[in-house]
Design a protein around this ligand. Structure first.
Ligand SMILES: *Cc1c(COP(=O)(O)O)cnc(C)c1O
Length: 387
């Protein structure tokens, strides 16, 4: 690969030929000058929070005439977008969230990024948007991380959070799917999701008023609109003293999700139960990974339909001893209490983070950070492309 690097130019232009199968995709690099970009490793003293910081650059690519065009890495900044862009009116917008980790060999590794690229395309199908070939997504993300290596935050529990997203840009206000799109990737150096450690259990409001998704809807797509639609439920939860909502199906019988995480609970015998995936549940990669770890370790981790009445009865009888949520950002969040809409509280176990939840979190993080063997080959080293 030939990458001329013009150090003296105010904007550094380089071209890398990246081969996708037989096709060579050329990513154009239009980088900030060396004096304007990070030149030293990022060693923040205080916790930098989650998702707050950006890096120097972003990846962009446009869709026109049925083709992906002009893949480029440019300085991070505002995007020119028509006021009539269809994403702004009718909400064709989807996203992904993944993480990369710095290991002790000083290399950066993405975690199960292939699953995110697949899921973006599943969301795209649901939202009538064009797919972005998996390999193209992979190359885009790896090339951007490669440019931003110095931005990896050197802090305990930190990661590089990866946010790929796709939105409709055609300037047209007829109601149909857009003919133009932009695929963008931005990175956020992030600190531990729970800076004080995964030691505090949260509360969930059991809402029979608000629902996240209905059968036949878009609940299994990682669509921006699903999040907008969940905001008032989130506010209702906070008003009742809960961190998030426990979403039920629209008939209020089955447990679906814990805010923007999949839900799980732990039985007295140690088995872990995750609600069966339906078209109203987002297929969490964390859940799928936990299921795969269960298989590897010979633990009983399974998916079942979870009925609310039985769930409550089993917590009261002590048959359910722990509960929580799975998602990339926090990995595992323990639930200590459920709160009903009338304000009454239901304590799970002793209301604190239980041993199974704790062990699961520790194992998962150890695999991600390279402290535990990556037996299922979930980590992929980010290749060095730039000289
Ligand atoms: C992103 C998301 C999750 C978690 O999925 P991960 O792949 O584990 O990050 C769960 N539920 C909803 C609604 C989500 O949007």
């Amino acid at each position: 690969m030939f990458c001329p690097f013009l150090h003296w130019a105010p904007l550094i232009l380089t071209l890398c030929n990246i081969h996708i199968g037989q096709v060579a995709v050329e990513i154009k690099y239009q980088l900030k000058s060396l004096s304007q970009r990070r030149s030293e490793p990022f060693t923040p003293e205080d916790n930098i929070g989650f998702g707050r910081i950006r890096t120097d650059h972003m990846f962009l690519m446009d869709y026109d005439n049925g083709q992906w065009l002009n893949p480029r890495i440019i300085p991070y900044g505002p995007l020119p977008i028509s006021p009539g862009a269809m994403a702004l009116h009718y909400g064709q917008a989807i996203f992904e969230g993944a993480k990369a980790f710095l290991h002790s060999d000083e290399e950066i590794y993405t975690f199960r990024l292939d699953k995110n690229t697949e899921r973006l395309n599943e969301s795209a199908k649901i939202m009538c948007m064009p797919e972005v070939p998996k390999e193209m997504q992979m190359q885009a993300i790896e090339a951007l991380i490669d440019v931003e290596r110095l931005w990896f935050p050197r802090q305990t529990g930190a990661c590089l959070y990866i946010r790929p997203f796709l939105f409709a840009t055609e300037d047209n206000i007829s109601v149909r799917s857009s003919q133009n799109y932009t695929f963008c990737v931005m990175l956020s150096p992030s600190g531990a999701y729970y800076p004080e450690g995964n030691n505090n259990a949260i509360s969930l409001l059991i809402s029979k008023t608000y629902h996240r998704a209905v059968s036949g809807g878009t609940g299994s797509a990682k669509a921006a609109g699903n999040y907008a639609a969940s905001l008032r439920a989130g506010i209702a939860a906070k008003e009742k003293g809960a961190a998030q909502v426990l979403y039920l199906d629209s008939t209020n019988q089955r447990i679906e999700e814990a805010g923007a995480m999949n839900h799980f609970h732990v039985l007295k015998d140690g088995s872990i139960i995750i609600p069966e995936f339906t078209d109203t549940i987002l297929k969490s990669i964390t859940s799928q990974s936990v299921l795969a770890l269960g298989e590897l370790l010979g633990c009983n981790i399974r998916q079942e339909t979870v009925y609310l009445d039985k769930f409550i009865a089993d917590i009261e009888s002590g048959d359910i001893v722990e509960a929580g949520g799975f998602g990339t950002a926090a990995v595992v969040s323990a639930v200590g209490h459920y709160i009903f809409e009338d304000g009454t509280k239901l304590k799970v176990g002793n209301g604190e983070v239980g041993p199974t939840t704790h062990k699961l979190y520790a194992l998962y993080s150890a695999i991600q950070t390279g402290q535990h063997p990556d037996e299922l080959a979930w980590l992929k080293q980010v290749p060095h492309r730039l000289a």
